[in-house]
Structure formats: C-alpha cells, structure tokens
Design a protein around this ligand. Structure first.
Ligand code: ASP
Length: 423
C-alpha cells in the first residue's frame, strides 16, 4: 500500500471520529444514517465481495505449485501450533487481568434489572443464534467443514471454512495431476488471482471515504447510549481490562514472536501493518479485512503467496486471539456482577470453551458476543448476562479485530521464516 494512501486512511479515521462527535452533539443521527453510513457499508461490501474469490484463487494457485507435500504438512502443523499457542496465551492473560481488576464486583446489583430490561431483545436475538450453533453433536464441526455444494458455500460469507476446504482440496489435486494436463487450469487461477489483487488495490482507493463513514456512524451511534454513564465505574474497569490485555498482546506477545522466533523486525512489521489495522478497526471484521491483509503481507512483508494464501484465510476464520481474550474477561466480569465467584476449575472451563468459541466465531462484527453466550452456558450462568456488556461491545469489537488480524499476519511471517522461505 502506498504511504500516502495509508496516511489518508489515518486522517479519515481521525476526521470520522471528530465528525461523529460533532454530528452526534448536534443530534443529526438520522442525517448520518441516511447520508454518511451507506458509504461505510459500500466499503465493507466491496471488501466482502472480493474476499471469497480471493481465497479461492490464491489458495488454489498457491497450493497447486506445491510439489513438496512434506512442506505443506509442515506449514499446516506450524500454523495450527501457532494458533493454539497464541490463543491460549491470550485467554490466560485475560483471566489473570480480570482476576486482578475484578470489574464485576463494582457493578451495583440494582442496575442489573434495568440493564436486562433494556437489552432484552438483543439478548434474545444473540441467544437464538448461539443455540443454532450449540445444538449439535461433538463432531458437527468436522461435518460442517465439508461443503454439500460449493456454490452454496460461496454464497455465504460465514461458510468460509468450507470454501477453504474446497480450494485446498482442488489445489492439492492440481498439484498431484500431470502438469501438462492441468497447466491451463493453474494458469487460469493465477491470472484471476492477479486481477482480484488489482481489484483490492482499486477498492483501497475508496478506503479513506469508507473509513470516514464507518467511524462517523459508529461514534454517532455510541453517543446515543446515555444510559451507560450510570455504570461508568464497573463498565469502565471492564473495558480497560480488555483493552489492557489487547495492548499486552500487540505490544509484547507479537513483537516477541517476531523478534525471537521469526527474527523479523517488529518495527518494520508494524510500519507496514498499520493500514491493515485501521481497516480492521473501522470494519470490525477480519473477513472483510482479509483482502487487505493478504496484499500487505505478500507485497510488503514479503511472505510468499503459497504461505500467505494458506495461513491468512485460515487465520481470519479460526485464529482470534483478541476475541478469545475478550471472551475470558467478559465471562468472568458477568459472573462477578451476578455474584458468582468462579472456582479454578470453572476458570479452566473458560480456557477451553473460549478457545473453541474463538475458533467457532465468524470473522464478522459482533460474532464474539454470540459465542460468549455458549461460554456462559457452559459455566451455568444465564446468557442474559450479556445484557450488561452489549452497550459497550462495539468499541471492544473494533479493538479485538485489530488484534485478530495482527496475530494472523504475525503467524504468516513467522511460519514463512521457520520454513525458510525467501521473499
Ligand atoms: N469482529 C471480530 C473479527 O472479525 C470477531 C469478534 O470478536 O466479534 O475478528
């Protein structure tokens, strides 16, 4: 990404923030909804539009060139190990912090009823989505990995894992077939991949406008939630705990992995990654950010396409350190607010369920809070507890999405260095 464009996106982020405050102050909510917010939605749609085609073409053309199967399994093993390791670290950090700050204990009991009443409908909606996910057998996730009809999976952005499965399979089959017979097919996907990357570049020219619109409407929406002020102490401490945890990941965990394991300069990494982080922040969706992440990781961080096209789509779907950390903090916060003191074994349940829940969370805004319902149910706490945190979820969602994409990119760089690739 050109430096000038990255600067424009940063300016748009700040300008959107200020415009949101100003327009919210003037009470122009409807104006923002009618005339500004649609541009943000267009930006997200443009990114979503290219996400699935990009996964398909880059994964197929990347894997089709892998003649060495041992390398592919090494790539898979390293990637999955990284994902499990960082997710567990994130959850443990979240649990340690929330046990120190204990934000739930600051929650006045008389406010709980008010919150539950106010967010009743949203809670019901999230609970019913969570039920669809949880009413299934233990091996359901494996069954769900395999598409019934690839064209149907392609239609649904939430079925990204099925698309990855198909593309990986087709790529492998191409790699195993006689070269002279499949050469045209491989070239076709390569050419298409090139063109889709060009589309990403063109879409990014629109990013400053999209980011501005998204920020303005988010801030205006948020300024309506006046009811939060009564709960400032408890909710503020809860938010600070999540934010502190997320900062620890960004400032210590990933730079350490880059420096000591990948032997890659964290400064260079963050310099190139900040436009990606801004897109993640304003869209709140790792899936929508994926095309931008792929472009920066391959072109600026010089991770070869075969590796990036495997690690990044998979990471966007299953590796969510920010979400996992947030879920751990939120679960304990809600438990504390409801007067529960969680035992060590209950906290261990959080580690396990939050890992699975962050894997299961779709890479779209608000997915983390749906999966939180499942964690609360595993702990035996009523899911209505999410009412306590719904009002402040969006800003935390924005921040955890930044962490999620940063972790995916760190993984791509690290794995690529570990298998000794030259960019
Ligand atoms: N919005 C997050 C993401 O896309 C998921 C979540 O935590 O809600 O990465």
């Amino acid at each position: 990404m050109q430096r000038r464009l990255a600067l424009w996106i940063l300016i748009a982020l700040g300008a959107g923030f200020l415009a949101g405050i100003g327009l919210g102050f003037l009470g122009l909510h409807q104006f923002v909804k009618d005339w500004i917010a649609p541009f943000g939605e267009i930006f997200i749609r443009l990114l979503q539009m290219v996400a699935i085609p990009l996964i398909i073409t880059s994964l197929i053309s990347g894997v089709a060139h892998l003649s060495d199967m041992a390398r592919l399994s090494k790539l898979g093993l390293l990637t999955i190990s990284y994902y499990i390791f960082t997710t567990t670290v994130a959850i443990v950090i979240g649990l340690v912090l929330v046990n120190i700050t204990q934000p739930g204990k600051l929650f006045p009991p008389d406010q709980q009823e008010i919150f539950r009443e106010q967010f009743k409908h949203q809670v019901e909606e999230k609970v019913s989505v969570a039920q669809e996910v949880s009413v299934s057998s233990p091996l359901r996730f494996l069954v769900d990995l395999v598409p019934k009809n690839i064209f149907q999976s392609v239609e649904d952005n939430k079925k990204m894992l099925q698309v990855i499965f198909f593309a990986l399979f087709l790529g492998l089959a191409l790699a195993m077939s006689p070269r002279n017979k499949v050469q045209t097919a491989i070239k076709f996907f390569e050419g298409l991949n090139e063109a889709i990357l060009k589309m990403v570049e063109l879409i990014m020219l629109f990013a400053p406008i999209g980011v501005f619109a998204l920020m303005t409407s988010i801030i205006v929406d948020f300024s309506r939630g006046g009811e939060i002020s009564s709960m400032l102490e408890a909710l503020g401490t809860y938010m600070l705990t999540v934010v502190l945890g997320l900062f620890l990941l960004i400032l210590f965990l990933y730079p350490s992995i880059l420096k000591f394991i990948a032997k890659f300069s964290p400064i260079k990494f963050f310099k190139e990654m900040y436009p990606v982080q801004m897109v993640a922040f304003s869209t709140s969706s790792s899936a929508a950010t994926l095309p931008v992440t792929m472009k920066v990781v391959t072109e600026k961080l010089r991770v070869p396409e075969e590796t990036a096209s495997f690690v990044l789509p998979l990471g966007a779907t299953i590796n969510m350190d920010g979400t996992a950390l947030y879920q751990a903090v939120a679960a304990v916060f809600i438990a504390q607010a409801m007067g529960w003191d969680l035992t060590v074994s209950q906290q261990a349940t959080i580690v396990l369920t939050a890992t699975l829940a962050s894997i299961g969370a779709a890479a779209v805004p608000g997915a983390g809070i749906v999966m939180l319902v499942i964690i609360l149910q595993a702990l035996g706490i009523g899911p209505a507890g999410i009412a306590l945190i719904l009002a402040v979820d969006r800003p935390l969602d924005m921040l955890r999405t930044v962490v999620n994409v940063t972790s995916d990119a760190t993984c791509a760089v690290t794995v690529s260095k570990l298998i000794n690739e030259k960019g």
